[in-house]
Ligand binder design. Sequence first.
Ligand code: GLY
Length: 407
Amino acid sequence: MTGPGFNTVRVDLADRNADRNADRNYDARIGAGLLPSLPVAATAALGRDIRAACVVIDTNARPHAALVTDALRAAGAQLAEIEIHATEKAKSLETLEQILTVMGKARLERADPVIAIGGGITGDLAGFAAATYRRGVPVIQCPTTLLSMVDASVGGKTGVNLEVAGTLQKNMVGAFHQPALVIADIDTLATLPDREFHAGLAECIKHGLIDDTTPNDSTPNDATDHTPHLAWIEHALDQILARNPDTLIQLITRSVAFKASVVRNDERETAKSGGGRALLNLGHTFAHAIETLHHLSPTSNPADAPLLHGEAVGLGLIAAATTAAHAGLAPQELPQHITHLLTRCNLPTRVAGLPDHQHILALMGADKKTTHGKLRLVLPCGQHRAMVVDNLDKAPILAGLESISLV
Ligand code: GLY
């Protein structure tokens, strides 16, 4: 659906209790110049004006946050603000406690929302604070990176990392807590550093590798465009890299519409067949293991370490495709195809300094999807298909790790 100057993707939560779900459905708005309109959009989404709110601000998003806080104060809202230095290390129970303490000091009540302004780490932290404060208050997500616009801000996964014996276990503690509203203002992408922007493209490519559902009725900006998502990205890539605003709106709308369709059918990742929401973890078991290795750099310069999440996801896609090809589950040319596309996106396709592969396998075993100690991987089987694979032999997985290792 298009509105005045923006696209809207409706995130319907279809299952279980119909009455309860009716309240939990929400819109993701995607367009330019949207942040100052947050108070009006929030009133429509929450069914009341915002009286008070906790605004969780990513340090990198400070200038954008002022557009929201100025508009909210002008509308009469009382704001408690907290700034987050968004690193994986700071995505912790300690930072969560700081946010909750700010909320408690401000005596926020159950109707008062948390508003997250920033990237995925900020959104996940703020969402988890909203899920737990007074057993749940609304959260409004205002993603300011491409990665958080297309993935993290939609779907209700919130949480923090857990540090166990010196190792970060990614997103190990959290809750499903759907936002009341998502506002993706693409103006914030104009100043996003190249590296962050390119990292976001890895999640878009991930969606393209999974999505075999296009055409669908939720690609609002271009209902007649039936091009599969991956092919569309390849075709539009020059415009995407040039950050053409209309192309970015289309890209984000397509990815969010795809993600919304997955979340609608398997909100809590419990599908017993067909993969369901777990498919969105494509490449992520590899990615989560290598992104916890803080010395890894996407370039030959150690100062560029650590890898960004999207960079690790891109490497994870190559490793997963190579694993699938070695296991006879994907065409032999798929890893090369993905590598070429990631190269066009200026993303790393190999990384120096990976430890012994047995060590990485052990890190992969700490993944949330591991069941009865058995590794569960999501692998691409073609350009628009992915599958969940249990109990794979080690040899294809080691080939996957080899494919991204720069010695
Ligand atoms: N980022 C994976 C998911 O939302 O399920």
